[in-house]
Design a protein around this ligand. Structure first.
Ligand code: C2E
Ligand code: MG
Ligand code: MG
Ligand code: MG
Length: 259
């Protein structure tokens, strides 16, 4: 059996789990948020990364099931901290196509209501791997999410499929600059990031730089005024338990450790 045949029962059987990658405020070093990223805990292969199953799930019409589980888990994580009086934001990845599925959209709004998260705690990151047939429906669904206090982020800006046109048309609260732009420290990439930060500033959007691997990259995006930094230099994606330990440690010392 290949991954394709195993995926439906893996989703139904709880083999897809969430890992979380911290985001910091580069100006203060504060631990402000985490992105939930799916991992397939395969019985014989070990941990399988999204590159090996997300597009498969999209092709097979199974992505909604994964996104729904990730959403519930992420809301539960943020909700547990909210109950303890600690406010941390959380982001989940949602395939753009899923936003046009009424079932998925109902599930999304129900999960948000059930978790009772404060406004602004949850952000959905829109990843565009496939062409969206009904952009008008995506936009109206995103507007409804915004009204409910859910943030909307455009993922992978600068990666090619996440276009500047999308950036201007969608009702966003955040953009994530793709790691390809973040990791090249050149005059051209600096000018592009500066232009994104400027445009975002005019629209009141938060800017997250992802894929930060070196101190030089972190220093540059701090100087350019990006609001958040995420990447292996800060921390890799990790299981919920490890994230919670890191969060407690960050709160104890007042900033993210070791950055
Ligand atoms: P993404 O949303 O852009 O997530 C960031 C990816 O970059 C993650 O890969 C993360 O592990 C990786 N990353 C973080 N910091 C660094 C760094 O410093 N250097 C490098 N080289 N990579 C870094 P991951 O977890 O393998 O996920 C890949 C993509 O799969 C995600 O990209 C997202 O588009 C998609 N994905 C992951 N989980 C889900 C999900 O639950 N639902 C959907 N629809 N898509 C998902
Ligand atoms: Mg993402
Ligand atoms: Mg990304
Ligand atoms: Mg991506």
């Amino acid at each position: 059996m290949g991954l394709k045949d195993e995926l439906p029962s893996a989703i139904a059987g709880g083999q897809i789990e969430a890992h979380y990658q911290p985001q910091i405020d580069p100006a203060t070093g504060a631990f402000v948020a985490a992105e939930a990223l799916s991992r397939w805990r395969h019985p014989t292969l070990g941990v399988v990364l999204p590159a090996s199953f997300i597009s498969l799930a999209e092709e097979e019409g199974l992505i909604d099931g994964i996104d729904e589980q990730m959403l519930e888990e992420a809301c539960s994580w943020a909700g547990a901290w909210q109950e303890r009086g600690v406010s941390r934001q959380v982001s989940v990845n949602v395939s753009a196509g899923a936003l046009t599925t009424p079932r998925f959209f109902r599930h999304l709004t129900a999960a948000v209501d059930a978790a009772g998260l404060a406004r602004g705690v949850l952000t959905v990151e829109i990843t565009e791997t496939q062409e969206v047939a009904d952009l008008a429906l995506v936009i109206s669904n995103l507007l409804e999410l915004r009204e409910r206090g859910v943030g909307v982020s455009l993922d992978d800006l600068g990666a090619g499929h996440s276009s500047v046109e999308r950036m201007t048309r969608l009702p966003l609260s955040e953009v994530k600059i793709d790691q390809s732009l973040v990791q090249k420290v050149t005059d051209t990439s600096t000018a592009l990031i500066r232009a994104v930060v400027e445009h975002a500033g005019e629209r009141g959007l938060r800017v997250v730089a992802e894929g930060i691997q070196t101190q030089e990259q972190l220093d540059r995006i701090r100087e350019l005024g990006c609001d958040r930094a995420q990447g292996f230099l800060i921390a890799p994606p990790m299981p919920r338990d490890a994230l919670d330990e890191l969060l407690l440690e960050a709160d104890r010392v007042g900033r993210f450790p070791n950055v």
